[in-house]
Design a binder for this molecule. Structure first.
Ligand code: NAD
Ligand code: SER
Length: 321
């Protein structure tokens, strides 16, 4: 049983919600939220420990592990696909050296369990696009994807070489309504909801028929905590589990929003992110996750849309957005 968890990158789109999900499991005092940018929301600072941490600062990482007697790590700090293509060297430095710091410090200090997410960006134009298999070709065409494949391979290597417990999910695009996404290609699927509520229209940076795998945040939290708590002995895969929920195009997402906001309008102005999206799968075969640790998503497209519009609509009425 893990007693003390360190979350790195806890101020991001996923970390700001995952921290609270893990605090419900392990207790508020036992989940330490850290980030390069320590301006956490009040819900995180008020109910548990926080600290500033640059994952590239190995000495501080070691200090925090010793200080809090950490035995589990969730490493979320990364540069995502769109920002990564603007500065590939920066993305390589953070994504690879951050991951190596976490793995090496964890090895030296005998950390019991580590979670490091991968992404659908690990796939590329030579991967089968439909029902993309668990074990398949990994030849991404973005620097972000290169770092995600290398991260998966490193994780699996540390499992095999050092007997460590390392787990990871290939997250699809995550749709959420708390913290805005940090610069990915799937960010349109969040921005569309804010613009629908605020302006009744949205200009999309992808073409209308660009199909991508997506997942609503409650399912992302469930997938992550379920995998983290799964019996390691039953896992045949480790650092890069496929997980799916639903696949959608901008046109279909707009149609789903129109079920609740009938006059919603969408226009299309594709930019450099189109090429990234075109290299990623249409849909995911997640049967290994279902078989090995019981993965099952709860939200389909319309259930997600209804909930997103409800939450963002309430924020808008209160003048918060
Ligand atoms: P994000 O960009 O929203 O958050 C990343 C966080 O890391 C930010 O709070 C940032 O301040 C922090 N950070 C940046 N540099 C740091 C450093 N040097 N040290 C410590 N913290 C640093 O990203 P996210 O969407 O929450 O993604 C979390 C993880 O999930 C990443 O590994 C990402 O690749 C993966 N992922 C996300 C999605 C998605 O749709 N959000 C999809 C696939 C995979
Ligand atoms: N949401 C992420 C991105 O678009 C996928 O890893 O970069």
């Amino acid at each position: 049983m893990i007693k003390k968890l360190l979350i790195i990158g806890a101020n991001g789109q996923i970390g700001s919600e995952l921290t609270l999900a893990f605090r419900k499991i392990y207790g508020n005092d036992n989940v330490i939220a850290t980030d390069l940018n320590p301006a956490f929301k009040a819900e995180i600072t008020d109910n548990g420990p926080t600290d500033q941490l640059d994952v590239l600062d190995r000495a501080k990482l070691e200090m925090l592990i010793d200080k809090h007697q950490i035995d589990g790590i969730i490493h979320l700090a990364a540069i995502l696909s769109a920002v990564g293509e603007k500065n590939p060297q920066f993305a390589w430095n953070l994504n690879m050296n951050g991951t190596m710091n976490v793995l090496e410090v964890a090895r030296e200090k005998g950390i019991k369990r580590i979670f490091i997410p991968s992404s659908i960006a690990a796939f590329g134009p030579t991967t089968p696009f439909d029902h993309t298999p668990q074990d398949t070709i990994l030849q991404p065409s973005t620097m972000y994807g290169v770092t995600k494949v290398a991260g998966e391979l490193l994780g699996d290597y540390y499992v095999q070489k050092y007997g460590m417990d390392i787990r990871g999910l290939r997250y699809p695009g995550i749709i959420s309504n708390d913290t805005l996404p940090g610069g990915g290609t799937t960010d349109y699927a969040v921005a569309i909801f804010y613009d629908a509520v605020k302006h009744g229209k949205y200009e999309c940076f992808l073409k209308e028929d660009t199909r991508l795998p997506m997942m609503y945040m409650p399912d992302c939290l469930k997938a992550t905590t379920d995998l983290f708590l799964a019996d390691f002995g039953k896992l045949k895969h480790h650092a890069g589990f496929n997980v799916g929920a639903f696949s959608v195009t901008p046109k279909e997402l707009a149609a789903s929003i129109r079920k609740f906001i009938p006059n919603f309008e969408i226009t299309y102005k594709p930019d450099f992110r189109q090429a990234i999206a075109d290299s990623w799968p249409n849909s995911i075969d997640d049967s290994a996750a279902r078989e090995e640790w019981g993965w099952k998503p709860e939200y389909d497209l319309d259930a997600m849309t209804e909930d997103m519009l409800r939450v963002i609509g309430e924020k808008h009425k209160k003048g918060l957005i």
